[in-house]
Design a protein around this ligand. Structure first.
Ligand SMILES: Nc1nc2c(ncn2[C@@H]2O[C@H](COP(=O)(O)OP(=O)(O)OP(=O)(O)O)[C@@H](O)[C@H]2O)c(=O)[nH]1
Ligand SMILES: [Mg+2]
Length: 1068
């Protein structure tokens, strides 16, 4: 076997047409790392014997002990095919959902992907996800069917059954691709129709040229063994093949053209033994398909004789007929698997098969499509043509992948990772010279003498981490010492540009980093020295004209939050530094300092959390840590009155129970259910607020379009401050679409909601949340939030205080101070009773010349409004000139007025609105919402019962439980509250002896249909739930737990009637 040297790889880097940047993607445990082992072994980095057992790419200790990959890692391999030599830069990615962000970073760097599918488990949720990722990034996939040995040894299928089974799985994979393809086509066509507006006239005529292109494209995107983009393999046993191999073999033997065999070996074809011709219709004529006869039966025969029957004579015969050269020690080995691996590995080497497909079917960096370049360069909503000319020209440089001196350097930093100092080439240990050894000996002697005399303390030197980065060179050659600009984050603005001149270049070879002086375009490399310039990902270029690349697409959302503190208080500095490194190194984790001063990390799930903690303890912070138990978010909401009570009886006009904790003064008065009137502390302003449960469809729309609402907010704010904002047509269209979908959702819900969309005052909390503030104040025609383009917009004074109050009220609900979700607060009345405010209004009217509504007797000028806003906005600093136009006199009066007695009036309104919203909320049936995981578990029928039991105990509900076609495996889909999910994976693994492992992804918020304040009142309820019923009330338990954590008052008695407690036996 050849052993590849770094020098060889350096030479190969110079020829971009022979470079393949690829990643291995799959569902968890489908065999990516095992396959990578086989490929690595082909370069002599590890031995063939150890391939599959070593899991070389899992270099971390926890990866080895847990048996799953947690970080993606890269390696460069040299591949010889015929006369050509290729460089394959390979990235092994994790399959566990918690680490799906690692997949995103890997996919961005590559031009092609090897998608691995376990033939027993078939298409799993992550298979779906990775195919989608590859699709979205425009990278080309090839398919590897792995673990074929399990069909023989575990499922005991015969070759024909196995063939049908493989056909079904291939169909499933292609179905996923088809789904992605049609969604994109539909989106494109709808865009075209919208863009041209010629839908009705031209719909009837069909453009056949487009059709032809589509067909061509369709042929390319689907997986088909005949096209050579599917490998059948058993990575563990070291074998794999494509049809190409067998077509070659049998064309010589049978004298049939190779091309014909290539097309017919997979499919419904059989060999007519009399005529020696290949015929169609094997199934209808009950003949053996070629794939079974020529391929599977041969493989089955080897397994049968070596593993099942252990027939030595037969085995030797096979070895001879295949013309293999097996070592005698392998032939004599007691373990049949070793023998099998030796024979099969030599006959059908998996690395050969996979690498051949990679080299043949996956594109080189030179083949990057213009489409992909444009997609990379244009962030959402931006069109490529809107860039300046110089930027547009970069596309050509990109596609050409030129290494000449004057071509620009463009790099995308997809991921940051810390490297230990000793790993860096410049700090690597090297053999010492004779004089150095002498010197050191002398120094040691000196130190020893000092120690003996002074008994000095020995200080442990901590390893100092240094950052290195994984990057993809897309264009131009990077050299040491070159000066480049970086933009942190894809949406980075020009102001974030910073010049970097001291860069260290590495490329990743085996587990080492090799230092380089220059790396040509089209490679994946490591770049040191960016730690202060880029946070998680970013773009590096030698020209400022290069735009930041689009954001990476992440599937998982961080949801599990823990607070951290060092075990020894003095080590806070280490923790902070460690957290900074963790934040940089992990694409998905969120690190923040809460208002309470706690350091908090938010992770995607339990496994991810564990890895982050391990990372902090062992690498980044190097200290002992205390982590709080996971904090899971809740939401609070209100619902329409339920029709049934807890024992399923119809409820008639039951009063609504609220928390007994009284938090507000009696400034508010309940008028009817959901409607509350409140007064400011000085009793001068009266506000009437109604709380309504928002229709689900509206809440979901608001939640899905957070980004868009943020943009809307920005436009509205800019308008208030008189700045002009450049609104793109696509954004405008998206906003209009959102508005009409919200309107539609409202009208579908009933007439009472009609027109609400126009009256939206604000979204909250944080101005983009899933709650609405709606204006129904008589006589106040507030400009709509959607109308940010209109001319002069006039608001009533203190309009913004109402918004602020609403934001605060929705940020922390009355149940346990968790954010509110899906509630609509309607302001129905807003009046002042003090004449001095009316005087102010008149004064300001003459000053500002703004035209106010006649009825609006108390409104102040818009300029005053501006000053009020500016005082309350967070970002008040840069707008100090804006309020220059407001009259000094009016300002003075307001100030003195505000300061009288009760503090600033705007503050009073804010607290009045908060109190009103909370009270209105409390007069309706309140509910807690829990975050739900969607949980996918594969399990065999014998452990299914136990699995359901564990799920049931944790309040999970099963959505589906179908059997995967052609196997004994059940695919269970369930939902499970996040709060109940801790230890779930471990529990399942234990109960099912490791046979089932769940994949948990955040899916939605669900109302917990239990009233947190419910207590039994009827005879029947007492019977069902006991006197207090507090042990059974899950909602109450959650609410109390959160309140306790937050240090809020908990309405809970620990021991009641202590003196009466006695055991029953004593009583007798
Ligand atoms: N029978 C059989 N087992 C295999 C084969 N390939 C991998 N395995 C086993 O499947 C398990 C998972 O393999 P890995 O290579 O770690 O899977 P992975 O896809 O890298 O997993 P993650 O990185 O955690 O997503 C290991 O126990 C392997 O031994 C195969 O071809 N046949
Ligand atoms: Mg792995």
């Amino acid at each position: 076997m050849r052993t590849t040297t770094p020098e060889k790889l350096v030479q190969l880097q110079k020829n971009p047409s022979n470079i393949r940047n690829i990643c291995i993607l799959a569902h968890v445990d489908h065999g990516k790392t095992t396959l990578a082992d086989a490929l690595v072994a082909s370069n002599g980095i590890i031995s063939q014997r150890m391939a599959g057992k070593l899991r070389y790419m899992d270099s971390r200790e926890d990866e080895q002990t847990r048996g799953i990959t947690m970080k993606s890692s890269a390696i460069s391999l040299a591949v010889q095919k015929e006369t050509q030599e290729y460089l394959v830069n390979l990235i092994d990615s994790p399959g566990h959902v918690d680490f799906s962000s690692e997949v995103s970073t890997a996919v961005r760097l590559c031009d092609g992907a090897v998608v691995v599918v376990d033939v027993v488990e078939g298409v799993c949720p992550q298979t779906h996800a990775v195919l989608k990722q590859a699709w979205l990034e425009n990278i080309k996939p090839v398919l590897v069917f792995n673990k074929l040995d399990r069909l023989i040894m575990e499922l005991k299928m015969d070759p024909l059954e196995a063939f049908f089974h493989l056909q079904v799985i291939l169909e499933q994979v292609n179905l996923v691709t088809n789904e992605l393809f049609t969604t994109e086509i539909m989106a494109k066509t709808s865009n075209q129709i919208d863009g041209t507006g010629q839908e009705s006239e031209e719909a009837g005529s069909h453009d056949w040229t487009i059709q032809a292109d589509d067909e061509e494209e369709e042929r390319n995107i689907f997986f088909s063994p005949s096209q050579g983009n599917v490998v059948f393999a058993s990575a563990y046993d070291g074998w794999g093949f494509t049809l190409n191999h067998f077509a070659d073999m049998f064309s010589k033997k049978l004298g049939i053209k190779k091309e014909v065999l290539q097309k017919t070996l997979w499919g419904d074809f059989y060999l007519n033994s009399k005529t020696k011709r290949i015929m169609k219709g094997a199934q209808s004529k009950v003949k053996k398909p070629l794939f079974v006869q020529f391929i599977l039966e041969n493989i089955w025969a080897v397994y049968e004789s070596v593993s099942v029957k252990r027939d030595v004579v037969m085995t030797e015969k096979i070895v001879k007929s295949l013309d293999l050269n097996i070592l005698p020690r392998d032939m004599r080995h007691n373990d049949p698997r070793v023998k099998l691996q030796a024979i099969m590995g030599q006959w059908l080497s998996v690395s050969r098969a996979v690498l051949d497909v990679v080299v043949d079917k996956l594109p080189s960096p030179l083949e990057i499509s213009e489409d992909r370049v444009e997609k990379l360069m244009c962030s959402q909503g931006q069109s490529f043509l809107s860039f300046p000319k110089a930027t547009q020209q970069l596309k050509e440089a990109f596609v050409a992948c030129s290494t000449s001196d004057n071509s620009p350097v463009i790099l995308f930093v997809s991921k940051m990772f810390p490297v230990e100092r000793k790993m860096l080439p410049q700090f690597k240990q090297r053999p010492l010279t004779e004089t150095e050894i002498q010197q050191r000996r002398e120094q040691a002697r000196q130190r020893h003498l000092e120690k003996m005399s002074a008994n000095s303390n020995v200080v442990d030197e901590k390893v100092v981490d240094k950052d290195g980065k994984s990057l993809c060179v897309v264009e131009g050659a990077v050299r040491v010492g070159q000066s480049v600009d970086t933009t942190s984050g894809a949406q980075g603005t020009r102001s974030q540009l910073s010049r970097v001149s001291d860069l260290f270049l590495f490329y990743l070879w085996a587990r080492k980093l090799e230092h380089m002086d220059e790396i040509p375009a089209g490679n994946i490399l490591g770049l040191g020295g960016l730690e202060n310039h880029i946070l998680k990902s970013g773009t590096v270029s030698s020209t400022v004209m290069c735009p930041a690349f689009t954001d990476l697409y992440f599937d998982a959302s961080p949801i599990v939050r823990v607070a951290l503190e060092p075990k020894h208080a003095g080590e806070m500095g280490h923790l902070v530094r460690g957290l900074k490194l963790l934040n940089q190194a992990d694409p998905c984790v969120q690190v923040l300092v809460q208002e309470t001063g706690e350091h908090v990390i938010i992770t995607a799930g339990e496994v991810h959390l564990q890895r982050c903690l391990d990372d902090l303890r062992q690498r980044y912070a190097n200290i002992e840590l205390h982590a709080s138990s996971p904090i899971v978010p809740f939401r609070e909401t209100i619902i329409n009155p339920p029709k049934m009570d807890m024992v399923n009886e119809v409820i008639q006009d039951q009063p609504i129970k609220t928390a007994k904790t009284k938090e507000f003064e009696d400034d508010e008065e309940v008028i009817e259910t959901g409607l509350v009137e409140t007064y400011t502390t000085n009793q001068k302003c009266c506000i009437r607020i109604r709380a309504l449960p928002l229709p689900d469809a509206v809440t979901n729309l608001l939640e899905e379009h957070v980004k868009l609402l943020q943009t809307l907010n920005r436009f509205n704010k800019a308008k208030i401050y008189g700045q002009s904002s450049d609104v793109k047509d696509t954004v405008l269209e998206a906003l209009n679409n959102l508005k009409s979908s919200i309107d539609k959702a409202f009208t579908e819900e009933g007439k009472s909601w009609a027109g609400f969309v126009e009256k939206i005052w604000a979204f909250g909390p944080k101005r983009v949340g899933p709650n609405l503030l709606v204006n129904q104040v008589e006589g106040y025609n507030r400009p709509s939030v959607w109308d940010f383009k209109g001319s002069e917009r006039v608001f009533r004074d203190f309009d913004n205080s109402i918004i602020s109050g609403f934001q605060m009220a929705t940020l922390a609900g009355p149940l346990c101070e968790e954010p509110i979700r899906g509630v609509c607060f309607v302001i129905e009345k807003w009046e002042y009773s003090d004449m001095s405010y009316a005087r102010l209004a008149r004064l300001s009217e003459s000053e500002s010349e703004s035209k106010l509504n006649e009825d609006d007797s108390v409104a102040l000028s818009s300029s005053l409004e501006k000053s009020a806003i500016i005082e309350e906005e967070d970002e008040k600093c840069d707008d100090s000139d804006q309020d220059k136009d407001s009259s000094e006199e009016v300002k003075d009066i307001v100030k003195t007025q505000r300061r009288k007695e009760y503090g600033p009036f705007s503050g009073q309104i804010i607290s009045c609105v908060i109190a009103g919203c909370r009270k209105a909320f409390q007069t309706r049936p309140q509910r807690l919402m829990v975050a739900m995981y969607k949980c996918n578990i594969q399990a065999t029928s014998d452990v299914l019962g136990k699995l359901y039991a564990v799920l049931g105990k944790r309040n999970g509900s099963i959505l589906e439980g179908d059997m995967t076609e052609g196997s004994q495996i059940f695919n269970v889909v369930a939902t499970l509250p996040v709060i109940e999910s801790f230890g779930f994976a471990e529990n399942i693994r234990k109960k099912t002896s490791g046979l089932a492992s769940p994949q948990l992804v955040f899916s939605h918020w669900q109302v917990l249909d239990v009233d947190p304040f419910w207590v039994p009142t009827t005879e029947e309820e007492y019977l069902h739930f006991g006197e207090k019923a507090d042990s059974d009330n899950k909602a109450r338990q959650y609410v109390n737990a959160v309140r306790k954590r937050k240090g809020l008052k908990v309405d809970e008695k620990i021991v009641e009637h202590a003196e009466k407690q006695r055991t029953l036996t004593k009583n007798k």
